[in-house]
Ligand binder design. Structure first.
Ligand SMILES: [Zn+2]
Length: 140
């Protein structure tokens, strides 16, 4: 079986219903940040608590990354263009994320999106590194 690890601890957690992003929320003013922060960017207090973000949101803006980003990009050795976008989650939190797929024809602002965990690259020892991404919700 392939070993896996998250690209970074503390970005997302896997639950029974699927993955959720891990954010922090200010106890004083309710501001939510992702990734987590020690202090509130709005009121500067150090009174943050962990909060799981909703798994679904809507596509707010996106682009397609068509060339290899500059160092310290830690992606796969063979670069393929990928979508990157901002997804607005309920509670007025907008997160930046990789999007599954890179066909701009298949993405539309306002589309419903869902959090998924996807392979990102492989470590030298073969461990598969996982990251989070948003994928268009498959309408049944
Ligand atoms: Zn605050």
């Amino acid at each position: 079986m392939t070993r896996t690890r998250p690209v970074d601890d503390g970005l997302f957690v896997e639950g029974d219903d699927g993955p959720s992003l891990l954010a922090s929320s200010c106890r004083a003013c309710g501001t939510t940040t992702f990734p987590r922060q020690q202090s509130c960017p709005k009121c500067t207090r150090m009174d943050m608590e962990d909060r799981l973000l909703p798994r679904r949101g809507t596509l707010w803006s996106f682009t397609v990354q068509g060339f290899r980003p500059k160092s310290p990009y830690a992606g796969p050795k063979d670069f393929t263009p990928y979508g990157v976008g901002y997804v607005e989650l309920p509670g007025a939190v907008i997160v930046e994320a990789i999007l599954t797929g890179n066909d701009p024809q298949r993405l539309r602002i306002g589309d419903p999106m869902e959090l998924v965990v996807v392979p990102f690259r492989e470590d030298d020892d073969g461990t598969q590194v996982l990251t989070y991404a948003f994928s268009p919700v498959q309408s049944a």
